[in-house]
Every structure is written in structure tokens, then in C-alpha cells.
Design a protein around this ligand. Structure first.
Ligand SMILES: Nc1ncnc2c1ncn2[C@@H]1O[C@H](COP(=O)(O)OP(=O)(O)O)[C@@H](O)[C@H]1O
Ligand SMILES: [Mg+2]
Length: 366
């Protein structure tokens, strides 16, 4: 297995468009590294540069201490799974999975062992004699993943391998990929635009936007300490709510004011806001949907107009508006409010985030 290192990697097209900018990252052996970000942010491009399918315009890519910029894709010893998978229709599942190994002249009993093991991990042992035409979409995708994991490359590269599957299969495959990572002890670099996949699979997440790394950190750290408003809004579902608020001093207290709502900042936030000169200025207040509660002290209360509710069994999502800003609140199924009503909710002030109006950087780290 392998470690990888990017040093100031850039990718610019002939038309002058830069799609990956100054990418710096060290990927450790056995990491399950997730590249996540909105469509078009340069995830696939980054993966294709690792694979050698795209030239690097400037900067360096190192794999296991060797400079790779000029190395051919075949000589990099990496395996790649794409979003759309291709199986050979005239070959059985076994033959499909064995194909790459045969090409590389791996001995027959070794092929049998590896295909058998991969089939077991992916729960497709009973399908080995079938042709692809007799498989469901999810089964085909497993075979495609199988034909990649039978190889023992330095690292596996996966570009949205689950995005063509329905929701149930996706979540099953998510669990299986996590197991595969554990069992193979493999270095995996995995591209997705799905933040649930990112949060559940990654040992580390790299959030990208417009070709630039926004943050590289553990899933928990990304969630709890997003570096900026973009990361805070991208990771988490439903998304974090953002409100422009005034920072005001009211007697001893520092308040966050918007419309008729007035929230009293806790000690840590107050100290930071005062020290960094935010009193009298506007900031973005960020609150995740789960950080509202049905009960609480008066100074944590806000009122919002319910427009729609989604009853999800274990919880209810209330969508509505506060002043003109949209808001989504996650509450327990006991809450009886209906669309058209004005609902009081209480903000967990120890969990709020605050972002600078201009730079959109996080002001409060915990
Ligand atoms: N051959 C090309 N010429 C110019 N621009 C390209 C080319 N291929 C991709 N791009 C652009 O590069 C950007 C990054 O693409 P990509 O890495 O595929 O994004 P994603 O994060 O969705 O995987 C996009 O804006 C895309 O339009
Ligand atoms: Mg892509």
C-alpha cells in the first residue's frame, strides 16, 4: 500500500481555465480519503491526475516517495473504479473479476483465491457463474468493484462508484466499502458529491470548492469546526441555517440580533466577538437544524413561521422563515405545530457557529 503527496499541484486547461489550484495534501498509507465538493469543483480531475490520465500543469505528485508526474498510468500501480462501470457481457462474473489478473499472468490458484475472497466480501459468491445480463444494477456494481479489489495495487481510486445506485443499495454498499477498507487495509481515495458518504466512509475528508481545498480534516472535525461558511453549509443534512445578525452590547451581555430576535451569546463567543472587534458589526450566525430545541430559557428563544413540515418518523423537519431568511428546524415528533403557525424554538447557544461577513471564515473554534 501507498502514501501520496501533492505539492502545489495545479491543472490549467489550454483555454486558460484553472480547475485545480495549488493543491497541497499528504495522504497516509491506509487512509480512506474522501474528496467531496459540488459538481465541477475539480474532484474527478484530481483523481485523474493521480491515476495519470491527465497531465499535471505544475507542481508535484509523489507516490511512496517517487515523483510521478511523468510516470505512465500503467506504471503507477493504482486501480480505479468509475461511476459508470463496464463489465464484459460475454464473460461470467468470475471471468470478469479474474480478467485483469489473467492479463497480468497471475497464477490460476492465486486468481481463484483472490476472486473467492472478493466475492465473499461483496456477497456475490452465489453469482460467479452468471453473465452480467442476469444481474441487477447493484450486483453489477459489486462485480465492477470486485474486479478492482482482486488486484493489490498501491491504492484504489474510486470516482462516485455508488452514484448510479438507488438509495437502499447505496447505503448497503456504503457499509460494505467501509468493511472492505478495514479488511484490505487499503489506501483508498474516494470521490463523491454526497456528504453522507463522505461523513460515514472517510477517515479524513477533503472539502473542495472551485478547485481549491477548503478544509482537510476528520469527519467529526469538519462537522464541529468547519473553517468557513462554505464547508459549514456543504457538510450536514439538512444544511446549516445562516442568518445575518448584528453583534450588540446590551449591558453586560453580548447579543446577536436579527429582526425581533435577540440571542445572548455564551461566554466563549462573547469573549471572541469582543476581542476580535465584532461588536457593532454584522456576522453570519450558523445554526444546524438539530441545534434547536422545543424548550429552553427565554434568552435563547426565537420565533419562526412554519411553512411546511416533513414527518420522518423519529423526527420532524419544520421548514419556514424567520424575517425573510429560510430556516429548517429538526424537532421531536411530539411537536404539534402546523404550517401557518408561529413556533417558538430555543437555540443551543453552545453549538452555534459565527462567520465573518466578508471573509466568511469561522470566528469561533471549539
Ligand atoms: N477537457 C476540458 N477542458 C476544459 N475544462 C474541463 C475539461 N474537463 C473538465 N473541465 C472542467 O473542469 C472542472 C472540474 O471538472 P471535474 O473535475 O470533472 O469536476 P467534479 O468535481 O464534478 O468531478 C469543471 O469545471 C469542468 O467543466
Ligand atoms: Mg466528477
Amino acid at each position: 500500500m501507498a502514501s501520496l503527496s501533492f505539492v502545489n499541484v495545479c491543472k490549467t486547461y489550454k483555454n486558460g481555465l484553472t480547475v485545480v489550484k495549488d493543491f497541497n495534501l499528504d495522504i497516509k498509507d491506509r487512509e480512506f480519503l474522501i474528496l467531496v465538493g459540488p459538481s465541477g469543483c475539480g474532484k474527478s480531475m484530481t483523481l485523474r491526475m493521480i491515476a495519470g490520465l491527465e497531465d499535471i500543469t505544475s507542481g508535484e505528485l509523489w507516490i511512496d516517495g517517487q515523483l510521478m508526474n511523468m510516470t505512465s498510468p500503467q506504471s503507477r500501480d493504482l486501480s480505479m473504479v468509475f461511476q459508470s462501470y463496464a463489465l464484459y457481457p460475454h464473460l461470467t462474473v468470475y471471468q470478469n473479476m479474474a480478467f485483469g489478473l489473467k492479463v497480468h499472468k497471475v497464477p490460476k490458484d492465486e486468481i481463484e483465491k483472490r476472486v473467492g475472497r472478493a466475492a465473499e466480501i461483496l456477497h456475490i459468491s452465489h453469482l460467479l457463474d452468471r453473465k452480467p445480463s442476469a444481474l441487477s444494477g447493484g450486483q453489477k456494481q459489486r462485480v465492477a468493484i470486485g474486479s478492482v479489489i482482486v488486484r493489490q495495487p498501491k491504492a484504489y481510486l474510486m470516482d462516485e462508484p455508488l452514484s448510479n445506485l438507488d438509495a437502499k443499495l447505496r447505503s448497503q454498499m456504503r457499509v460494505e466499502l467501509a468493511k472492505i477498507h478495514r479488511e484490505l487495509g487499503a489506501t483508498i481515495i474516494y470521490v463523491t458529491h454526497d456528504q453522507v458518504e463522505a461523513m460515514t466512509l472517510g477517515t479524513r475528508i477533503v472539502v473542495m470548492n472551485s478547485g481549491v481545498i477548503q478544509q482537510a480534516a476528520s469527519p467529526n472535525d469538519i462537522y464541529e469546526n468547519p473553517v468557513n461558511k462554505f464547508v459549514a453549509g456543504f457538510i450536514g443534512s439538512p444544511s446549516m441555517n445562516f442568518f445575518p445578525v448584528w453583534v450588540a452590547r446590551r449591558g453586560e451581555k453580548i447579543c446577536l440580533e436579527f429582526g425581533k430576535n435577540k440571542l445572548i451569546a455564551n461566554e466563549i463567543c462573547s469573549k471572541r466577538l469582543v476581542e476580535d472587534g465584532y461588536v457593532g458589526r454584522r456576522v453570519y450566525l450558523g445554526i444546524r437544524p438539530e441545534d434547536f430545541h422545543e424548550e429552553g430559557p427565554e434568552e435563547q428563544k426565537i420565533l419562526f413561521d412554519v411553512e411546511m413540515k416533513e414527518v420522518l418518523g423519529a423526527e420532524i423537519l419544520f421548514h419556514g422563515r424567520i424575517n425573510r431568511e429560510e430556516i429548517c428546524v429538526r424537532l421531536s415528533p411530539n411537536v404539534k405545530a402546523e404550517p401557518g403557525e408561529r413556533l417558538p424554538v430555543y437555540v443551543d447557544m453552545d453549538r452555534i457557529k459565527l462567520f465573518d461577513m466578508d471573509t466568511e471564515q469561522n470566528i469561533i473554534y471549539v
